[in-house]
Design a protein around this ligand. Structure first.
Ligand SMILES: C[S@@+](CC[C@H](N)C(=O)[O-])C[C@H]1O[C@@H](n2cnc3c(N)ncnc32)[C@H](O)[C@@H]1O
Length: 261
């Protein structure tokens, strides 16, 4: 089980089994080098759905589902923060929904909100669709293809936005686009909630996050843990203000920003 992470105000606790959104898979660098002839790993370390068997129709439906073990560990703590942050009604735009597991869980947890998942990756879109087809939730919208870095998004407004584990595993331009979109799409007072690992000024970065950062940069030089201060500065430039930073399990943070009036 995950323990408590680094306090937003300074205390640092390292974990032996950190939760990694897109983190290194078991085996580490040496193991990866030994397996260098293998095909590249899937994005974010997703696995095929463990749900197998049943009728031909069931198989066809479940095959596209992808499974990210971290979502089962972080979804409850994320939902606990969202309960105090999300509006009572309206539409939540989730950016970088990945497998779609958070979308299913959170749409169930917040039945009065319409949940709009999105991702730029076709395999993620297929996975979200497959999970949604199985869950049949009335408040879950079909997934949208959204590249956060793009200038135009196929959305005109959102009453809240959520982005879990994207900022460190995408080029900085995706974060720039995310903040611009939040400034454009959110009405005054609406929240943008971020979840993931960060580097913070004045807070010692735990060894597991340093190793994670190095691994990300090895995989793609445009990736890596961001300085929270840089992300907040970018958000402020788009008319958002920092409301809260919550320490989360496995040395992650939940960052709550709000659109200013
Ligand atoms: C580590 S996975 C996290 C997925 C999901 N939020 C979760 O926590 O399980 C990173 C996700 O970011 C998405 N992503 C990468 N670049 C992006 C971009 N430019 N715009 C939007 N999403 C992006 C990937 O397709 C992937 O689904």
């Amino acid at each position: 089980m995950e323990g408590r992470g680094a306090s937003a105000s300074g205390g640092v606790v390292d974990k032996s089994s950190p939760e990694r959104g897109g983190g290194p898979r078991s085996g580490g660098g040496a193991a990866r080098q030994r397996r260098s002839t293998a095909p590249p790993p899937p994005p974010c370390g997703w696995s095929p759905s463990p749900f197998r068997g049943g009728s031909q129709k069931d198989m066809a439906m479940t095959d596209a589902r992808r499974f990210a073990p971290a979502t089962a560990r972080n979804r409850e703590p994320i939902a606990a923060i969202l309960r105090d942050v999300l509006p009572p009604e309206g539409t939540v735009l989730e950016v970088a929904s990945g497998t779609g597991e958070h979308a299913i869980f959170l749409a169930q947890a917040f039945p009065n909100l319409a949940w709009q998942p999105s991702d730029p990756d076709p395999s993620a879109i297929a996975s979200i669709r497959a999970w949604a087809e199985a869950a049949r939730l009335p408040n879950l919208r079909p997934p949208l293809t959204i590249d956060a870095a793009a200038a135009d998004w196929p959305v005109e407004r959102a009453d809240a936005m959520l982005c879990v584990n994207m900022i460190h595993i995408s080029p900085w331009e995706a974060t720039v686009g995310l903040m611009r979109a939040a400034g454009r799409l959110l009405p005054a007072g609406a929240p943008l909630v971020l979840y993931g690992p960060y580097v913070q000024q004045g807070v010692e970065t735990v060894p597991s996050n340093l190793a994670f950062d190095a691994d990300l940069r090895r995989r793609d030089e445009r990736w890596g843990l961001r300085r929270l201060e840089d992300v907040v500065e970018l958000a402020e430039g788009e008319g958002l203000r920092l409301e809260a930073v919550h320490a989360m399990p496995a040395n992650n943070l939940t960052v709550v920003l709000r659109r200013e009036g």
